[in-house]
Design a protein around this ligand. Structure first.
Ligand SMILES: Cc1cc2nc3c(=O)[nH]c(=O)nc-3n(C[C@H](O)[C@H](O)[C@H](O)COP(=O)(O)OP(=O)(O)OC[C@H]3O[C@@H](n4cnc5c(N)ncnc54)[C@H](O)[C@@H]3O)c2cc1C
Length: 413
């Protein structure tokens, strides 16, 4: 190694980004494309797979529709960002290192933590062992294979949130030979306006999905699920003595669980294990760690953001811009984001799009039918195209609704 090379290595500023999902990829591309060569910054993106997981399409994959082959290293070509494939097994926040596959150690000066979240199968006995999930493309493909071989029987989709609704619709449409039951505490589309909610419910009925709201699954068995005997509006549940629902296949979409790595590293996390951030998206306990996407607990004026792609991508971009501001001796700006829509597919031929206020409450305006199908597809396909554009014009990634008065928190401007 030449003396010059050693000097370069010693002065290189190392930014390591964990997770190449919607938030992590946004951070990596934004940072790598904005940084100047003279700033001597090395951006390394670590992810379990080379193929980008289009989570927004995993319900489609679960019903047998193949996902596109989207290569993360190819996307990064020309940006200067380095890709490291591997499973992150530990973060040492004191030594400022990341361990990958228990064998490689990556030092960092700034860390961007973007490991996302998965369906919480730990909350209910039996779910981990007997329920399918949509946590990865592989999980979705395993479920697709199982459904294709089932022939007849019942699929119980647990969780009446939007992932549950989209999954139940897709499976019912692709597998009319199967009975699909959607089980959950809330009404499907509960956060939508009454007309959009009624539309969504009618679509589920048309597809033959049997909706059972006001129920809570308390145990999963190989061929059935147990429901609580009583669930009240205040959230209290009486688990024992409830009904058993036959289910040849169970798909678990309820709740979110995040990687335990942040808590194990001693970073301040919320009750769900998400990293608590300051207004600039830095960990409140370790400011050299930025947390973005589903793995972060980000407070806005309306409350803590919930995991979405629409909010996750802006967090990644904001973290990248903030890192550069800090490197250039400037203070990062507060992150602000307001929701604007909830697009929900109802199989391949129907959809409903609820437009929202910045705090995610529903507006009167919503779309249904073909125009909603087109809208939903445009939104789902947008991230890959957005990153392509960002490579040529980084500033194009910095446009999102800031949320106006809804997002002002503690002096944020
Ligand atoms: C079926 C489905 C439909 C959805 N539809 C919508 C929608 O229509 N609109 C919307 O806004 N949101 C939707 N969501 C939610 C959305 O997908 C998430 O909010 C979004 O993916 C969060 O982005 P992220 O970058 O934080 O995490 P992710 O996209 O989950 O990325 C995390 C990355 O980190 C990697 N990773 C995790 N742990 C490790 C580890 N230890 N080592 C190495 N790599 C690791 C993962 O493999 C992954 O590549 C949907 C989710 C699902 C499951």
């Amino acid at each position: 190694m030449s003396a010059q090379h050693e000097a370069d290595v010693a002065t290189t500023y190392r930014v390591v980004i964990l997770g190449a999902g919607y938030a992590g990829l946004s951070a990596a591309i934004q940072l790598a494309c904005r940084v100047k060569p003279s700033e001597n910054v090395r951006v390394t993106l670590v992810n379990a797979q080379e193929r980008f997981t289009e989570r927004l399409r995993l319900h489609m994959a679960a019903s047998g529709q193949p996902l596109a082959e989207l290569s993360i290293p190819e996307l990064l070509e020309g940006t200067g960002a380095h890709f490291e494939r591997g499973w992150v097994t530990a973060v040492d926040a004191n030594a400022k290192t990341v361990r990958i596959d228990d064998e490689r150690v990556l030092p960092y000066d700034t860390l961007v933590y973007a490991l996302g979240g998965v369906a919480d199968t730990s909350a209910v006995p039996g779910a981990e062992d007997h329920a399918h999930t949509l946590n990865s493309a592989q999980d979705a493909e395993v479920l697709a294979d199982r459904l294709a071989r089932l022939g007849s029987g019942t699929v119980a989709v647990v969780g009446s949130g939007l992932t549950g609704v989209e999954s139940a619709s897709e499976i019912a449409e692709r597998h009319p030979e199967l009975t699909v039951v959607l089980l959950g505490r809330g009404e499907p589309g509960a956060a939508m306006n009454p007309k959009a909610r009624a539309y969504l419910r009618a679509a589920l009925d048309r597809l033959g999905v049997r909706v059972r709201s006001g129920v809570e699954v308390v145990k999963v068995f190989p061929g059935s699920v147990d429901l609580a005997s009583r669930v009240d509006l205040a959230g209290s549940v009486e688990p024992a003595g409830g009904e058993s629902v036959a289910a040849d296949v169970v798909l678990w979409t309820s709740g979110t669980r995040v990687s335990p790595l942040a808590a194990a590293a001693g970073l301040t996390v919320d009750e769900g294990g998400r990293i608590v951030t300051d207004t600039a998206l830095r960990s409140v306990s370790h400011p050299e760690v930025y947390a973005v996407g589903d793995a972060a607990a980000i407070r806005q004026g309306y409350g803590v953001m919930h995991g979405t792609c629409q909010g996750g991508m802006p967090t990644g971009v904001h973290a990248a811009v903030s890192i550069l501001r800090e490197l250039r001796g400037r203070r990062p700006r507060p992150f602000r984001f307001g929701y604007y829509h909830t697009p929900v597919s109802l199989g391949r031929h129907d959809a409903v799009v609820q437009f929202t206020h910045p705090d995610d409450s529903p507006r009167r305006l919503h779309l249904t039918g073909r125009v909603a199908v087109r809208y939903k597809e445009t939104v789902t396909a947008a991230p890959w195209a957005t990153w392509g554009r960002m490579k040529k014009m980084p500033a194009s990634g910095a446009f999102w609704p800031r949320g106006g008065r809804f997002t002002r928190v503690g002096g944020a401007r």
